[in-house]
Design a protein around this ligand. Structure first.
Ligand code: SF4
Length: 314
């Protein structure tokens, strides 16, 4: 997944969504907002799945794994320019899909060339995590692999099927648990409005259930934006998908948050796509958040007829 408010980086350096400090980037790509301070190394190009109906990040791009020899060259070059890098993010879409032996060798090379390295992060789909054994995940953690960014999108299997996500909810719950058992930090993304009007209720209920089983350390909620060129955009245009109104999105978020029973999660819904920006910690801030959302819902300020203003890009 990648709808954590992934930041597209134009011309090698740039930040179209203004998430603050630019990344140090060797090639164009995407990175999560939380990796703004990281050195970005483009290990692969595109996403090996590239089928999710809502995702326009790598559309029209052929997935390509860079040969290891090229990666060694890349690491050597970047180490000369950024030898003091402490955090590295490996792009693009699902670097975790590489075989364990590749990942181990890449992490070993990073540790050799970046003596101050403290953490390495990457996007990881559920299937790619589950393709690794418990011992392999633990070995990668020992080599400073730190945070995996995974898109749950929804805990509702019907929505996941409709949006052509590769994994079921149960598979992603298992992947999250396996990674966290190995000491990795999971940053999980969910997409508000992904079930449209038709499945908003199921989206809220089943996503909360999945998150309670996952217990992710980091959780981001974004509103789905029908991006031109995606199947979701086509479905909206031909009337097959009815987007939530502004009011509906906030109500869905409220219904999703209220049943959450998270013991130690940092939560963010502060991307420009969100109607009500939120930053909070579970369990401490949950009741305050629900009360605040109840206040917004009863304030008569939300658009009940249309989706309201949305950014052009998620
Ligand atoms: S897994 Fe799906 S959401 Fe993630 S980058 Fe690939 S196509 Fe996009």
């Amino acid at each position: 997944m990648r709808y954590d408010g992934a930041v597209p980086l134009a011309n090698g350096r740039g930040d179209r969504l203004c998430f603050g400090v630019m990344s140090i980037l060797n090639e164009a790509g995407f990175r999560p907002p939380g990796e703004a301070q990281s050195l970005i190394l483009q290990i692969d190009v595109g996403c090996p799945w590239n089928r999710c109906t809502f995702c326009g990040m790598y559309k029209g791009m052929s997935y390509r794994r860079r040969p290891l020899a090229d990666i060694w060259d890349l690491i050597e070059q970047e180490a000369k320019r950024h030898s003091d890098a402490r955090r590295i993010f490996l792009a693009d879409g699902d670097v975790m899909s590489r075989p364990f032996t590749d990942l181990r060798a890449i992490l070993q090379a990073l540790l050799k060339h970046f003596p101050q390295l403290t953490r390495v992060s990457m996007y990881a789909n559920g299937a790619s995590i589950m393709a690794k054994t418990e011992a392999e995940l633990a070995a990668l953690r020992l080599l400073k692999l730190h945070t995996l960014y995974m898109g749950l999108e929804s805990g509702d299997d019907e929505i996941l099927r409709q949006c052509e996500k590769r994994e079921t909810s149960a598979e992603m719950v298992a992947a999250c648990k396996a990674a966290q058992s190995a000491g990795l930090r999971m940053s999980v993304m969910i997409l508000l409005g992904l079930g449209g009007i038709a499945r908003s209720e199921q989206h809220a209920v089943h996503t909360a259930e999945a998150l309670n089983r996952m217990q992710p350390r980091l959780l981001s909620a974004l509103r789905v934006i029908p991006v031109a060129g995606t199947k979701l955009h086509d479905a909206v245009r031909n009337g097959m998908f009815r987007s939530l109104t502004e009011f509906g999105v906030v109500r869905e978020l409220r219904e999703m948050i209220a049943p959450l029973d998270l013991v130690a999660t940092v939560f963010r819904a502060n991307h420009s796509s969100n109607v009500v920006p939120l930053e909070a910690r579970f369990p401490r801030d949950k009741d305050r958040m629900v009360a605040m959302l109840d206040g917004v819902l009863s304030s008569n300020t939300l658009d009940r007829e249309t989706a309201g203003t949305m950014p052009f890009w998620l």
